[in-house]
Design a protein. Structure first.
Length: 280
């Protein structure tokens, strides 16, 4: 005899799941044909086009035969093509698309869209009472959820950026405090040799501004890397860079760390050289 497939087999579970599908004579907008060919308009052939991830999930290829139960009615078709979808298009997308004549005689659900001003939302209650079989999806609620997610991602970017800048500032303060004696000796020698106070102060500003430049680069790169992981791995979205962060983050780091460093070394230029040299 032939062994029946185990119900614990993940392949069996994949192929017995329910799926939503549609019919179309032409390749839908936002779909890219990767393998196979699209059928001719008014085709009588029993065909189906699969989304690439769905085809990989079911482990099927172009030319394979597939069987479906539409309600209680069996349907056997041949995979004619594999498509790539833009899931972020905010348009209806389907894993399976059939020629219209393939689904002739099967029950179907129709989908449409319309704009309704927020002040007229009460119309939906009357509409649903009059047409109880109609399902209404309020896209403004969905869009608000998407905005909330984007806002949370933006908050995560700002948090990473702030943490890295704060860590850089703490390291800077510790480094300055540890080297203040050496800086005072260097400043005293330079000023004793004729260097003006503004020259020493300018050298310190350039030094700490350069440190701020590298700290800003590190902070923005870390924030962008975090967003890349969040968008592509955690949220399964397309990575969208934030070019505005580079000049803003780096400029902020240069200003803050440059000013903080010069302020921490104010004793270097305010202490008379004679006082410092006597302590050597």
């Amino acid at each position: 005899g032939v062994d029946l497939p185990s119900t614990d087999d993940p392949t069996v579970e994949r192929r017995q799941r329910e799926s939503n599908f549609t019919w179309s004579d032409t390749l839908p907008d936002g779909n890219e044909l990767l393998q196979g060919q699209w059928w001719q308009a008014d085709s009588d052939e029993k065909l189906v086009s699969l989304e690439e991830g769905y085809a990989e999930y079911l482990e099927v290829e172009v030319g394979d035969r597939m069987g479906f139960l539409v309600g209680a009615q069996p349907l056997e078709v041949t995979v004619s093509s594999i498509r790539r979808l833009d899931w972020q298009s905010m348009q209806p997308n389907f894993f399976l698309v059939f020629p219209p004549r393939t689904l002739a005689g099967y029950p179907g659900t129709f989908m449409t869209s319309f704009h309704l001003d927020p002040q007229n939302k009460g119309f939906l209650n009357r509409f649903i009472r009059e047409f109880p079989t109609v399902t209404v999806v309020e896209m403004d609620v969905v869009i608000e959820q998407i905005r909330s997610i984007i806002s949370q991602v933006s908050g995560a970017i700002e948090l990473v950026l702030g943490v890295i800048l704060a860590a850089g500032a703490l390291v800077l303060i510790a480094g300055v405090q540890a080297s203040v004696d050496a800086r005072m000796h260097e400043s005293a020698i330079l000023r004793a040799l004729g260097a003006r106070r503004q020259l020493v102060l300018g050298g310190l500003l350039i030094e700490f501004a350069t440190l701020g430049l590298f700290a800003g680069l590190l902070a923005v790169a870390g924030a962008e890397l975090s967003v890349l992981v969040l968008q592509t791995q955690a949220m399964d979205m397309r990575y969208v860079p934030s070019p505005w962060m580079w000049p803003l983050g780096i400029g902020f780091a240069v200003l803050v760390i440059g000013a903080l460093g010069v302020y921490s070394c104010r004793a270097v230029v305010s202490t008379p050289p004679v006082t410092v040299l006597r302590e050597l």
